[in-house]
Design a binder for this molecule. Structure first.
Ligand SMILES: Cc1cc2nc3c(=O)[nH]c(=O)nc-3n(C[C@H](O)[C@H](O)[C@H](O)COP(=O)(O)OP(=O)(O)OC[C@H]3O[C@@H](n4cnc5c(N)ncnc54)[C@H](O)[C@@H]3O)c2cc1C
Length: 346
């Protein structure tokens, strides 16, 4: 492993282009890849830099080809039977090797469980830094360095971090934070297949079997409507009311961390800085005060509806529609009104 604490003679000029590490699970490209491509395309605007996707795997030619419809300039497809199933060692080694060879200036990784696993390992292998969970990325107009912004000190302030002397500049971004690249009717760019230098012995942990969790997964990231409950629901049974409204509106159930910490609902429902970042069309916050860490995960929602008994609750400062009232009265009244409406469709 190479460890480089300071710049040991790196010529920054040699580093070009923005790479997006394209994540695939069971042969399907994860949506965060398209979000990162969208962000990379914004970052290269007005420059000569290219947007390059990198996907490791095997027998996923069709999925890699789909990326060309999102306006990338190139895709590196690191192809090997040893990469068919995800492994920390196999993926981080082959991607790090390619980075060392091709020298990208910026590498973006999705802050998913896989991205959080391999991102720091790749950064350590190639001797650069990594800024985790960025919520905003910009190019410094003066010197072209990547300005990487993320919540710091428990979400109470936003820190902008630069990587001045090492390359590439690496950042992870959570799913749902950036806008997806637009799907174009004609493909652009090319795919270059890479045959990695990888032996079975390079992969220490062997995947023996993949067992799906019995839990029903909640897809908050892609949900168009989310109805979330907070401590104001008073107990786990309060989620019955939240679910009734979510079902009526065709949405998913979300939660504040207070309810998750109290054991009223599973963490997969949590919205916020340490939960999922969401940007639905409608977000209904029921009995949620609007702490900064909660807002960090939902303030990009198109319309925010807040129901709270306390007219001074911070959530009312950012909502589009605020209802001061007891959720036990307001939610049934909303359901009654929706019953009168024949169709509720976005
Ligand atoms: C590092 C860190 C990370 C964090 N990450 C997250 C995160 O990802 N997500 C998150 O949510 N929080 C997170 N938190 C916790 C956060 O700071 C708040 O503690 C939490 O969001 C509060 O949840 P709440 O709004 O449900 O509860 P409270 O703040 O207790 O608010 C409950 C609200 O319910 C209202 N209410 C009470 N009764 C009723 C009623 N009958 N009808 C209507 N309204 C009623 C009250 O007026 C009050 O405004 C994090 C904190 C830290 C330090």
């Amino acid at each position: 492993m190479i460890r480089r604490k300071v710049n040991q003679g790196i010529n920054l000029e040699e580093y070009k282009d923005i790479w997006v590490i394209g994540e695939q699970r069971e042969g399907k490209i994860h949506p965060v890849t398209i979000e990162l491509i969208g962000e990379a395309k914004k970052l290269v605007e007005g420059t000569e830099k290219k947007v390059v996707a990198v996907v490791a795997g095997y027998d996923i030619d069709e999925e890699v080809n789909k990326l060309l419809y999102y306006g990338i300039d190139k895709a590196y497809y690191i192809k090997s039977p040893l990469l068919d199933v995800f492994s920390t060692d196999g993926y981080s080694k082959t991607i790090a090797d390619l980075i060392l060879e091709k020298k990208p200036e910026i590498v973006l990784v999705g802050a998913t469980s896989i991205g959080r696993d391999i991102g720091p390992r790749i950064a350590a292998k190639i001797g650069t830094g990594l800024v985790a969970d960025c919520t905003k990325l910009e190019m410094d107009p003066e010197d072209g360095k990547l300005l990487q912004t993320r919540p710091a000190f428990g979400g109470n302030l936003m820190a902008t971090i630069v990587c001045p002397i090492n390359r590439p500049q690496m950042a992870t971004v959570r799913p749902g934070v950036m806008e997806k690249a637009v799907h174009e009717s004609n493909p652009a760019g090319i795919i270059e297949e890479i045959a990695p230098v990888l032996k079975e012995d390079d992969i220490a942990a062997k995947v023996v079997e993949i067992i799906q969790s019995g839990k029903k997964r909640v897809n908050l990231t892609d949900a168009k409507i989310i109805v979330s409950g907070g401590r104001g629901i008073k107990g786990p049974e309060g989620f019955e009311l939240i679910k009734a409204l979510a079902d009526k509106m065709g949405g998913e159930v979300g939660s504040s961390r207070a309810c998750v910490d109290s054991g009223w609902i599973d963490h997969m429902h949590q919205v916020g800085q340490t939960g999922t970042t969401v940007r639905p069309e409608i977000y209904v916050a029921c009995g949620i005060s609007g702490a900064i860490q909660h807002l960090a995960g939902m303030s990009e929602s198109k319309y925010i509806v807040a129901i709270n008994t306390d007219p001074t609750a911070p959530i009312f400062r950012i909502c589009d529609y605020g209802i001061v009232g007891d959720l036990k009265e307001v939610i049934p009244a909303m359901i009654d009104e929706l019953d009168k409406t024949k169709e509720f469709e976005l």
